[in-house]
Design a protein around this ligand. Structure first.
Ligand SMILES: O=C(O)CCC(=O)C(=O)O
Ligand SMILES: [Fe+2]
Length: 347
């Protein structure tokens, strides 16, 4: 099965306010993709391409014939460390250097986590994590910024980018999911009031191709996302893979499509829907070596925006998703506690 058949492309252009017959068709297709694959490419999201391109510009160095300036990940380590991520995993804000974080999938035992870290090389990536500041931040989750003079304008740009993604979430993503599931279009709104979403800026440095091929280095291990759903933009390097809907343990490429975001369902929607919607495993590998390559795997940048339910929310099976012939598969959980538990396991 080719990727094009496996991960549907959903066009939001004619979504409008979500009430027209065309909009209802979009909701239906979106829902089916989330149910059958857990992933969809989204086009015409309304997130301006200049903002997405601008976000990537902030991550790399900038060169033109008159000047060259270091952007976020190209700054010297001592500067990046001025915004260092706190030692507690759940306080997921600020800069984490290469090798600090190791993503795992539902392993919470301290000894087992330590042996995963010992046995394998941690994810070969560095990241900068931040949240929306339009509503009060959860104590302990306040943003950690670089001093303005070290990257002037970055904070303002990144916060505006978050707001743009949040507007897409509230106007289109959550209504389309609710309508597709046969719920009131505002069903999920009350659980996403405080905007505790999380923007993650990721840099996977370059390295010798053999190190990636032998498994000595890896980019990000297979995992599901913890929250409601994720909107991801990736650069043109490739390497992103999604577990096949029909074959457990088999991963298929989800290559970048210019202008498209990748949306995936996270654990909250899987639990809310009693497994009707899929929180699918995904990972990032080094892209296949090109014949002309000089033995170096290109660096890669990506920007996931995690839509998460408010920390106080109880995530429990939605009425209609369970009954005598379909018992509840999951116990109710507190959203904040679940997120903290999963993120703590990565640090
Ligand atoms: O880098 C990517 O493209 C995906 C990252 C990812 O899956 C994550 O951070 O949860
Ligand atoms: Fe992910």
């Amino acid at each position: 099965m080719s990727t094009a058949e496996t991960i549907p492309i959903i066009d939001f252009e004619h979504f409008g306010d979500g009430t027209s017959p065309e909009a209802l068709e979009i909701c239906k297709k979106f829902y089916e993709a989330c149910r059958d694959v857990g992933f969809a490419y989204l086009i015409n999201t309304g997130i301006p391409q200049e903002k997405v391109d601008g976000m990537f510009e902030w991550l790399r160095s900038y060169h033109c014939y008159l000047m060259s300036s270091a952007k976020l990940f190209k700054l010297p380590l001592e500067i990046k460390k001025k915004a260092l991520h706190p030692p507690e995993g759940w306080r997921h804000r600020g800069y984490s250097g290469v090798g600090v974080e190791q993503v795992s999938q539902m392993v919470f035992d301290t000894e087992e986590l330590a042996s995963i870290r010992k046995g394998k090389f941690p994810d070969f990536k560095e990241s900068f994590d931040m949240g929306d500041e339009t509503s009060p931040q959860r104590p302990g989750l306040e943003n950690i910024w670089l001093p303005e003079e070290d990257l002037p304008g970055f904070r303002e740009f990144a916060l505006d980018y978050c707001e743009t993604c949040r507007a897409f979430q509230m106007a289109r993503v959550l209504p389309a999911l609710s309508i597709g599931m046969g719920l009131n279009r505002n069903f999920f709104d009350e659980h996403h009031k405080s905007g505790e979403n999380h923007l993650r800026l990721l840099h996977y440095p370059e390295g010798p191709a053999e190190a990636f091929e032998s498994g000595e280095k890896r980019r990000i291990g297979a995992h599901t996302d913890f929250g409601t759903c994720t909107i991801l933009f990736q650069d043109d390097v490739g390497g992103f893979e999604v577990e096949s809907p029909s074959q457990t343990g088999v991963f298929i490429p989800a290559p970048p499509i210019p202008g498209a975001a990748v949306l995936n369902i996270g654990d909250f929607l899987m639990r809310w829907s009693n497994d009707t919607l899929k929180s699918t495993l995904h990972r990032v590998r080094a892209p296949p070596r090109k014949t002309s390559a000089d033995g170096t795997t290109r660096e890669r940048f990506s920007v996931p925006y995690f839509i998460v339910a408010d920390a106080k929310t109880t995530v429990d099976c939605i009425p209609g998703c369970w009954g005598p012939d379909k018992p509840k598969k999951y116990q109710p959980i507190n959203a904040g506690e679940y997120l903290d538990m999963r993120i703590n396991a990565a640090y």
